[in-house]
Design a protein around this ligand. Structure first.
Ligand code: DAT
Ligand code: MG
Length: 140
């Protein structure tokens, strides 16, 4: 398995509840290295651009409103098989289906307000990292 990089976002429900440190500990305990990180306030339009792949879904508007409702922490995680490993640490999209010990099982409030985003494949990871960070900001 190769060393990969993936884009992670700690979402508004989690930043509002001061959970950034607890979530980062889950990543680091799983062997993922945080090689870039910044706290930002997205506009609804920026959230919509980031989640454009979901624009036909019934929850799109609600998702964009939510992502712009408070600051998020965008970060790049690096490690062996980082994309799949991050998805494993996050748990299933719906916290009701997430395995015990995962971030979403422990912290997510609902399927919509589920504490974290993680890229799902190498091509989306590259695009999503570039959406938030310049190459100079990635310090591996
Ligand atoms: P994931 O975030 O696990 O990659 P996804 O890409 O299918 O899941 O969806 C993106 C986000 O959209 C998800 O984290 C929360 C929201 N979402 C997905 N399904 C939803 C639903 N049925 N109702 C409300 N929000 C939903
Ligand atoms: Mg997704």
């Amino acid at each position: 398995m190769a060393i990969e990089r993936t884009l992670s976002i700690i979402k508004p429900d989690a930043t509002k509840r001061n959970l950034t440190g607890k979530i980062n500990a889950k990543f680091e305990d799983a062997g993922l290295r945080i090689i870039a990180q910044k706290r930002i306030q997205l506009t609804k339009d920026q959230a919509g651009e980031f989640y454009a792949v979901h624009k036909e879904r019934p929850f799109y508007d609600e998702l964009c409103e939510f992502m712009a409702s408070a600051p998020v922490v965008a970060q790049v995680l690096e490690g062996e098989g980082a994309i799949a490993k991050n998805r494993e640490v996050m748990g299933a999209t719906n916290p009701a289906d997430a395995e015990a010990g995962t971030i979403r099982a422990e912290f997510a409030e609902s399927v919509g307000e589920n504490s974290v985003h993680g890229s799902d494949a190498p091509d989306t990871a590259a695009d999503e990292i570039a959406y938030f960070f310049s190459g100079l900001e990635l310090v591996g």
